[in-house]
Design a protein around this ligand. Sequence first.
Ligand SMILES: Cc1cc2nc3c(=O)[nH]c(=O)nc-3n(C[C@H](O)[C@H](O)[C@H](O)COP(=O)(O)OP(=O)(O)OC[C@H]3O[C@@H](n4cnc5c(N)ncnc54)[C@H](O)[C@@H]3O)c2cc1C
Length: 473
Amino acid sequence: MKLVWFRNDLRLADNPALRHACAGDEPVAALFIISPTQWQQHKMAPIRQRFMFAQVNELGRELAALGIPLHLLRVETFAEVPAALADLCRELGVTQLYANQAIEIDELRRDHTVTAALAEQAVSCHWFNGCCVLPPGRVLTGSGEMFKVFTPFSRAWLKALDEDGFVIHRAPTPRGEPLPWQPLAERAWVDEALGELTPDPRWPVGEAEALRRLNIFLERAVVDYGEQRDFPAIAGTSVLSPYLAAGIISPRQCVAALQQRLGYRPQSKAQPGFVWLNELIWREFYRHLLLLIPTLSMNRPFKPETAALPWSWDPDAFAAWCEGRTGYPIVDAAMRCLNTTGWMHNRLRMIVASFLTKDLHIHWRLGEDYFMSRLIDGDLAANNGGWQWAAGTGADAAPYFRVFNPTTQGQRFDPQGEFIRTWVTELADIPAAYVHQPHDWLRLKRRQDYPAPMVDHAIARVRAIEMFRSLEK
Ligand SMILES: Cc1cc2nc3c(=O)[nH]c(=O)nc-3n(C[C@H](O)[C@H](O)[C@H](O)COP(=O)(O)OP(=O)(O)OC[C@H]3O[C@@H](n4cnc5c(N)ncnc54)[C@H](O)[C@@H]3O)c2cc1C
């Protein structure tokens, strides 16, 4: 018997571990491991957990239809996984385990221990690259090191892809009679500790849904992506991040569909579609970084010298940021959108992360954790990469004195204030001319329902720069 262990790769199509396990006639079973305490320690957002459960349900139903039973194991932490897996392998007569590699440190350690524990009972483990187009670690400098900045990485990545090419694995064909599938919500091990299991109607699951979104984006928006991707009131990006993070769709499927839509693989900024491909390459960059620099998974900055920065941990200021009460409309709109939907536009992620770290001088780790605890697409590599980029501690060519101005960012990327009015309801009736600096207008109207700016940006900016400059002394 072969066992396929599903993790962040909850799909049938283009799943290398599943595909390789299904080669030959030997019976195949599948497994998903629920570890609620570990997930809590990793700050997994409840909305992400619901999304994942809904997809596991879907996957279990589809696997059952192919004659592959999906087993569910519940343990509290990763530490219990090796023993639980060893027991299951004994019970089912498993001789080979198939899985797609993880890149995060706790997951890597878990997988290491699993390999050793299963070897003791002659079960061999086979690991594949299912999370990236090119395997993390494939794209290195001429001297075999990780790139420290993105642009040369992107160039080297494109060259490596030309050299290696890639295949898309088809979903397996039926392996036996269809099996019954009992929905997750009816299982004996379901209890309150698992939280809400019903799916959020805002975020339908399923591989067909992910492909539908991809195709709509490629049809309607990819060609103008370079011009439209920064405007949160426009549907200019794919909103595929929850599906990529849970592995409902693979990055290879995205690249293949992009190539098919354009008739070529874009290689430079001059070509339509390149800017979107480059975002997928950012995703690969951060995954390379996380694998090759394990300290990133341990709360350490990419630039070691920035560990000495005197960050603030002010709980009141942090709470105002979390709840969208900073008095800066674009920041507040973005945070309220995150708190309600579990998702935030990339431009807004950059603005709010810059505001927390450079205007409030609060440690990026608090922001990183808060994002993780709220995002439906929470992903350690991209989240840590994004936070460290914004905080000035990360892999970024820009100097530390790049500090976003939250007012001019709002004016530039939400010029009419459409996005702000949707989320900051106190400002729903404000004229566009005042929406980014509403306080004069609110005073005239004798309204006090929206907070005053909690900091003066000009002063906060200078302090942020001084904070970094002090490191040079
Ligand atoms: C502070 C901060 C935190 C972030 N946290 C996360 C996170 O937890 N999970 C996450 O998936 N992304 C994160 N990002 C990256 C980015 O904001 C989201 O991937 C993007 O907004 C998702 O929207 P989309 O699917 O419409 O992306 P599109 O613009 O359509 O891009 C396609 C895909 O490329 C990937 N991608 C795009 N931009 C980036 C990027 N800058 N870095 C890495 N991958 C990227 C995503 O998988 C995305 O779905 C973060 C960015 C910042 C600045």
